[in-house]
Write a protein that binds this ligand. Structure first.
Ligand code: S3P
Length: 172
């Protein structure tokens, strides 16, 4: 079985994914890291040097490499399910479940505030209000995709180990 974690930037996909894989004795793949290794560039470099369209294309191309494995937890990028047919492809992967780590706008704003500069999509934002407004609109658009997940886990005010326990309950 495979577990695919999706959700907005800052929702804890990588942290939760790592811990979940450890608990289940599964392998763990962070899809951003996977793409960085394949492309020999960081995600930020890919955006800045090659552009977002190129990044989205690579995100689509390499999807097949990570969805047909076994006993693997994959933490996808925040945008992965929201482009092309990626979400349908993920939902159709054999023996796999897709889980949306759902955070509210306030939680995401607080978490992303200190990380603005490392994140190409939000690094241009000038104030907390702008960040909050950007996330609110962006999340509204992306929820169409995120809400197609097999399960949703609300993560606000929960520790990674609480979230992992909830996910393990869902799997049983
Ligand atoms: C993106 C999220 C990032 C990374 C890229 C684009 C997005 O991944 O793939 O910066 O479109 O939401 P994380 O959600 O793992 O930060």
């Amino acid at each position: 079985m495979n577990v695919f974690l999706i959700g907005y930037m800052g929702s804890g996909k990588s942290t939760v994914g790592k811990l979940l894989a450890k608990k289940l004795d599964f392998k763990f793949i962070d899809y951003d890291d996977f793409l960085e290794a394949k492309e020999g560039m960081t995600v930020a470099e890919l955006f800045n040097v090659k552009g977002e369209v190129y990044f989205r294309k690579q995100e689509y191309i390499y999807l097949q490499d990570v969805i047909n494995l076994d006993a693997t937890v994959v933490a996808f990028g925040g945008g992965t399910p929201c482009y092309g047919h990626n979400m349908t492809t993920m939902l159709g992967a054999p023996d796999s479940i897709v889980i949306y780590l759902k955070a509210n706008v306030q939680t995401l704003t607080e978490r992303l505030k200190p990380e603005l500069l490392q994140r190409p999509l939000i690094q241009h934002l000038k104030s907390d209000d702008e960040l909050n407004e950007f996330i609110r609109k962006h999340l509204f658009e992306r929820n169409f995709y995120y809400n197609q997940a097999n399960y949703k886990v609300v993560i606000d005010d929960k520790s990674p180990s609480e979230i992992v326990s909830e996910i393990i309950d869902l799997l049983n």
